[in-house]
Structures are given as C-alpha cells and as structure tokens.
Design a protein around this ligand. Structure first.
Ligand code: HEM
Length: 428
C-alpha cells in the first residue's frame, strides 16, 4: 500500500502522476478491489483512505469526472469549477441524502432526515435560519474558555501517562469536538464513545453493517435525549430547539432529532479529522513548527491553510434532473460526490496547490463547502482548531511522527488520521 505517512508536497505530487490501480494497492477491507479509480472508484475502500490525494491528481489528469457503478452509480468530479457548479445548483441536484450508500432514500424531499443538510429549497432556508444564532461568532466565543480547559486537561493526561509515543488522535484530537458539542447540546460528555461509534457506522460503513438492536441506534439515543429534555427543560441547544417554531408550529420531534444527529455527526468527525491532519503535518514539518513558535499570531491564517490542504469533508448529492457537468451527462437518480478536498488542490484555482504555505495570502478554500449548504458550524470549527493547536504548540512545541507505525486514515466521506503516534521532544 502507498503509505500516506510521510507524503507531503513534492512527494505527493510525484506520486499523483503515476497511474493508480488496485494492482499496486493492498486492500485492507473486504470491499471488492478497485479495478481503476476512473471507472470503478470506491471512497469507502481502505485504499482510498490511504491514498486519496494521489488518486485525485491521477483523476484530474485522466478524467476529470470519474464514475463508478458501485452504490447504484456515482460520479466523482475533482475540479474546483465542477464541484462549485454542483454545490451551487439546487435545481439539478437534491440534498435528499448527502452520504453515498447502496440505499438511495426516496420521498424525503424537501426536508430530508437531518435538516437543514438534507433539505432542499425553499424548506432549507427556514431550517437553517433556526440554527444560525447558536453558531454565530459571539455565541461560539462563549465556549472558547471551556475548549481551552479541555485541551489543557487532555495534555496534562497525555504528559502524565509517560507514554512514548503518545497517540494524539486517541488522547487529544478525538475528544475536543465531542466534549464541546456535548456541552452545547446538554448531553453527557461521557457519551463520547457512543457518539464516535454512531459516526463510524454512518460515515465509514454507510449502509454496510446495519445494527440489529434498535436500542443501539443513533435514532434511539436521540429520541431519548429529546424526551428527557421535554420532561425536564434545560438551557442548552436541545432546549433551544424545543422552543423553535417553523411555519407557525413547534418543530416536530423528528426534525429536532434529525438536526441534533446532524450536529453530532457534522460537528465531531469533521473537526477531529482536520485537527488530526494538522498535527500529522506539523509532526513531519519542523520548519512549520518553528514558524508557529516564532509567530504564534500566524495561527488563524495557518488554520485556513490546514483546512484547505487537509479539508476532511466530501459531501454528496443525488441528481434531480439530467445535467452536464464537465464533459459528462449526469442522469436523474445518479449519486454524485462533492470532493471539496480535491477541489482545494486544483492548480486552476490555487497557486502551488500542492505546497502547504502557512501564511498563504489568497485562500478561498472550499473546506466548508459553498452555496446554500455552506457549513453552519464553521465559526465553531475554526475556534476549536485555533484553540486546540495554540494550546498544543504552547505545551508541546516540538514533536515528531513515530514512523515505525502506519497511520490509518478514515474511509468514507470524512477523512482524517485515526491514529497519530507522536514522540514528544519538548513539553511542559
Ligand atoms: C473542520 C470542521 C468542519 C468541516 C470541514 C465542515 C464541512 C462542512 C461542509 C463541506 C458542509 C457542506 C455540506 C453540503 O454542501 O452538503 C457542511 C455543512 C454543515 N456543517 Fe460543517 N464542517 C465542519 C464542522 C462543523 C461543526 C463543528 C458543526 C456544528 C456543530 C457543523 C455543522 C454543519 C451543518 C449544520 C451543516 C449544514 C448546513 C446546511 O445544510 O445549510 N460543521 N460542513
């Protein structure tokens, strides 16, 4: 398998120029091997997780809109213009489902099961408006001190463990968004493992291993959370949603459950992945660690570059009406992925797209999407990333990747390192 572990900048570019077939990739899952990424891609395959950036560059040269018959037929455009065209076009594309799987939903338009991300216009605007106040810059700032305390507490534990290497994915990045979101929603922070398991099933194995016990489902967990908040009203985000109205009527339990599920899933795996990728990069790039130590005020700009280069999220649409994208005709009923991470490395949109430039000046990246579904939680994600990286660099300014282990990147539509073995060279 092509190890992602050490590939940055020029190495990754060179690798991208090679033709990628499953012949040279070692399959790590029981998904059927991919014959050719241009005609048979599978983003849920471990080989994709391991080598996605090289696959995007290969496809950019050969397609640039790839296709697979898997999942009942799905497109995969890699160019910035094509991805933008689809994200902005709510007439030819529906958000009825945004996770590609073997099962295509039907009859859920315009609301979908997780409003607003699965909603289409005009319903979408109302469902989105309800959420905006909770994620406005001032509202998010209320959680800054809590986030900082969580980060310090986690680093205290990492250092106290005396382990070498430490696993920063297990001990740091995966806890921060879970604990912040749990606080916002008014759910127990100790349910973190449950949340991560729901997310793993939904994003990494979409539709592949259905849970048989209904009480083990996210749906059941959310129904219980809504019921307990109804029985005992609380001043938190679930309490806030319970008080909201749409079209003159209170939100239904279905709507509230769907939105909380969305916030849990959209808010955890995404930030965890972006943070992990940023530390993974810094662990292999001493000059960038030094740059952030010398110029701590650079962090917000550096975070934008990490978001561009390591954008974790690809979303999906279902084609609602036949439409041309690039040089292909997408037919009603097809899936299409929106790989924002691939668009972020398009040389037609960014200068030197394969270099991580911490003080990059022009950086209108698509990590948070674009169009009507642009990320509602971007202020929160940015705050968490800035605080988590600031605290890490204050406490552990020097560290490096343990290259004796392979770093596994998550499969599916949210991509980030799930293990991060680091040697801590200087810490306090
Ligand atoms: C680095 C972290 C994050 C990234 C990269 C990210 C990325 C994205 C992207 C690409 C979309 C567009 C989806 C589409 O076009 O279908 C989106 C939508 C959304 N995100 Fe995020 N997200 C992040 C963090 C968060 C957080 C922390 C929250 C909230 C807790 C959140 C909540 C949402 C919601 C509610 C939507 C749906 C917006 C709508 O449909 O109008 N996200 N996100």
């Amino acid at each position: 398998m092509w190890a992602m572990g050490r590939m940055v900048g020029a190495d990754s570019r060179r690798a991208g120029q090679r033709r990628i077939t499953s012949v040279i990739l070692l399959a790590m899952t029981d998904r059927p091997p991919v014959a050719d990424w241009a005609t048979d891609f599978d983003h849920t395959h471990a080989d994709y997780a391991a080598s996605a950036p090289e696959i995007w560059e290969d496809l950019r040269e050969r397609c640039p809109v790839a296709h697979t018959d898997r999942f009942g037929g799905c497109w995969f455009p890699v160019d910035h213009d094509d991805v933008s065209q689809i994200a902005k076009d709510t007439q030819h594309f529906t958000s009825e489902s945004i996770i590609v799987s073997d099962h295509k939903p039907q009859g859920l338009r315009p609301k979908g099961f997780a409003p607003p991300i699965t909603s289409d216009p005009p319903f979408h605007a109302d469902a989105r408006r309800i959420l905006l106040p909770a994620f406005a810059p001032k509202a998010v700032d209320r959680w800054r001190d809590d986030t900082r305390s969580i980060c310090h507490e986690l680093i205290d534990d990492l250092l106290a463990s005396g382990d070498d290497p430490v696993d920063a994915a297990i001990g740091y990045t995966r806890h921060i968004p879970v604990r912040v979101i749990a606080k916002m929603l008014g759910l127990p922070e100790s349910d973190g493992d449950k949340f991560r398991e729901f997310i793993r099933r939904i994003l990494e194995e979409p539709g592949q291993n259905p849970v048989t016990d209904p009480e083990e489902t996210l749906f059941f967990y959310l129904s219980q959370a809504v019921a307990s908040h109804r029985a005992e009203p609380k001043d938190d985000l679930i309490g806030f949603l319970l008080e909201q109205e749409l079209g003159g009527a209170p939100l239904t339990d279905d709507h509230i459950g769907g939105t909380i599920g969305l916030i849990l899933i959209a808010g955890i795996d995404t930030t965890w992945s972006a943070l992990g990728a940023s530390l993974w990069h810094l662990a292999q790039t001493p000059e960038h660690r030094q740059q952030l130590v010398d110029e701590p005020d650079l962090m917000p700009v550096a975070v934008e570059e990490f978001l561009r280069y390591y954008a974790p999220v690809s979303m999906a649409r279902i084609v609602a009406e036949d439409v041309e994208v690039g040089d292909v005709l997408m037919k009603a009923g097809d899936w299409t992925l929106l790989p924002f991470p691939a668009a972020n490395r398009d040389p037609k949109a960014f200068e030197n797209p394969h270099d991580v430039i911490l003080d990059r000046e022009h950086n209108r990246h698509l990590a948070f999407g674009l169009g009507i579904h642009r990320c509602v939680g971007s202020n929160l994600a940015r705050m968490e990333m800035n605080v988590a990286l600031e605290v890490w660099m204050e406490r552990i300014p020097d560290f490096e990747l343990d290259t004796s282990q392979t770093v596994r990147w998550s499969t599916g539509q949210v991509r980030g390192p799930r293990e991060l073995p680091l040697h801590l060279l200087r810490s306090s």
